[in-house]
Design a protein around this ligand. Structure first.
Ligand SMILES: Nc1nc(=O)c2c([nH]1)NC[C@@H]1CN(c3ccc(C(=O)N[C@@H](CCC(=O)O)C(=O)O)cc3)C=[N+]21
Length: 296
């Protein structure tokens, strides 16, 4: 039987609609407009596309968007000065520094200079620590989007076997924390995992976040399992550029019970969750109730 396609694009539109309703209420009821600042250093074409799309959707849900584009040779001091300004700007509730940064900038130092309460990426060491100890934090957008789709599809994932392929700080590790918090049995696999296909075959939930185009194939998937494909890889095929995930869609969809497509799966949910996190940060900053269903 063919897998159910989990429509991340439609789900993301629904989430953005919910965010927009909350923003309306904040504006009319409290005179507060949530604001998101995005900082881009350098001019990577793919990054520019994402930043533009984030800015557009930020404005669409009624928030203020502050875009800061800095040249590729920006000094660490200038970048830290800008972050300091944004940390202290009451109109800014969320700050995102687009990654990766140019080599001469210390990514950890830069991320950890963002006020944790405004760290809508959830990458600050304080937020990482809070998440892993089950305390209130900002949760990384991509794993949060994956969790929302899993909860929506399964109702509960309690007791299910989940295998996360990939151990990055931005996806693999926080994803594992979120799955664990929802009482799944979690394995983190990676490029050195012994007999990866056999490990993946045990999973009811497979989260593919390795960054290798179409690496996970249908033969590795337990019949009926849910495949969440985090990969976004641009490849050349038949003389055309094509966007593919870390899972081989065609073969996986034949075996899986449900699967997220690329594009139109995890990617749009990531941006929707960025807006949801900005809303959450704004509510917390103003001592207001947090939006229900939009946090982890
Ligand atoms: N601090 C930081 N936070 C990020 O969240 C962050 C980042 N840096 N650096 C770059 C990556 C990449 N990223 C994407 C978000 C949405 C889509 C997305 O919506 N993709 C569409 C397709 C877009 C296309 O056609 O190229 C889709 O999958 O359907 C993709 C990629 C966020 N990132």
């Amino acid at each position: 039987m063919a897998a159910t396609v989990i429509d991340g694009k439609a789900f993301a539109a629904k989430v953005r609609g919910q965010v927009a309703e909350h923003v309306d209420r904040l504006k009319s009821g409290h005179g507060i407009t949530p604001g998101l600042a995005v900082v881009l250093v350098g001019s990577d074409p793919a990054s520019e596309v994402y930043v533009r799309s984030k800015g557009k959707m930020t404005v669409e849900v009624g928030m203020k968007s502050f875009e800061h584009k800095l040249s590729a040779d920006t000094s660490e001091k200038d970048l830290l000065d800008l972050i300091d300004k944004l940390n202290n700007d009451p109109e800014v509730h969320g700050i995102l520094v687009q990654l990766p940064l140019p080599d001469h900038l210390d990514e950890d130092l830069v991320i950890n200079s963002i006020t944790p309460a405004k760290d809508v990426d959830g990458f600050h060491i304080s937020n990482v620590g809070l998440l892993s100890t089950g305390q209130k934090s900002m949760v990384p957008c991509t794993p949060l989007g994956c969790l929302m789709m899993l909860r929506d599809h399964h109702g509960s994932i309690s007791g299910m076997d989940a295998v996360v392929i990939g151990r990055s700080n931005i996806v693999g590790k926080p994803m594992a924390q979120l799955l664990l918090r929802d009482s799944a049995t979690v394995t983190i696999a990676h490029s050195r995992t012994k007999d990866l296909p056999e490990v993946v075959r045990r999973a009811d939930i497979v989260v593919a976040a390795v960054g290798r185009p179409e690496m996970v194939i249908g033969d590795w998937i337990k019949p009926g399992a849910t495949v969440i494909d985090v990969g976004i890889n641009r490849i050349e095929r038949d003389g055309k550029t094509k966007l593919v995930g870390d899972a081989d869609y065609e073969s996986c969809a034949k075996v899986a019970g449900a699967i997220t497509p690329v594009p139109g799966g995890v990617g749009p949910m990531t941006i929707a969750c960025l807006l949801a996190n900005t809303l959450t940060a704004c509510c917390r900053a103003n001592g207001l109730d947090e939006p229900e269903g939009l946090t982890a």
